[in-house]
Design a protein around this ligand. Structure first.
Ligand code: ASC
Length: 156
């Protein structure tokens, strides 16, 4: 029984320290995670963008499915901008991300709200609605990139 309690305390202790660093063991893991999420998000946004631009035929079901993925992805990356993850792997995140946390959080929230509106538009099946919402979402992405994303990757 005593051994069980000691083990339980050790396990909970390990979990607590893990959650303190979000779910990342080292900065590189956080950097790779957020870059992966943005890559998937941009890919699925781009599939609808191609429909909006007439480069691929409009498919309402595919647009709605892609928009749902964009919404899910939109919720994930910001927990990965953990303290100390400005370095550890090549990244385009500027140091200002960690200096202006309230501003970044605000921009993230606006982008997430636009992603929700984009999904709602996609569900209408109306391409004009989708184009409008896609434009607003793109602006919300850009608002953060303008101030917080560097042109080039850092070399660490
Ligand atoms: C995208 C994408 C971005 C944003 C941005 C909007 O599809 O990959 O980073 O939209 O280009 O200006």
């Amino acid at each position: 029984m005593k051994r069980l309690i000691v083990t339980a305390v050790a396990v909970f202790g390990a979990l607590a320290s893990l959650s303190a660093h979000a779910q990342f063991q080292k900065p590189e893991d956080a950097i790779k995670y957020r870059q992966s999420v943005f890559t998937v998000m941009a890919n699925h946004l781009g599939r609808v963008g191609a429909m909006a631009q007439g480069r691929v035929p409009f498919d309402a079901k595919a647009a709605a499915d892609n928009a749902a993925i964009v919404v899910t992805m939109s919720k994930l990356p910001f927990a990965a901008f953990v303290e100390g993850s400005d370095k550890g792997a090549p990244t385009r995140a500027k140091p200002e991300v960690w200096k202006d946390q309230a501003k970044v959080k605000d921009l993230a929230g606006k982008m997430q709200a636009e992603a929700e509106k984009f999904e709602a538009a996609a569900k209408t099946g109306n391409l004009d609605n989708i184009k409008t919402a896609l434009g607003s979402l793109g602006q919300a992405c850009k608002a953060c990139h303008d101030d917080y994303r560097a042109e080039k990757y850092s070399s660490n």
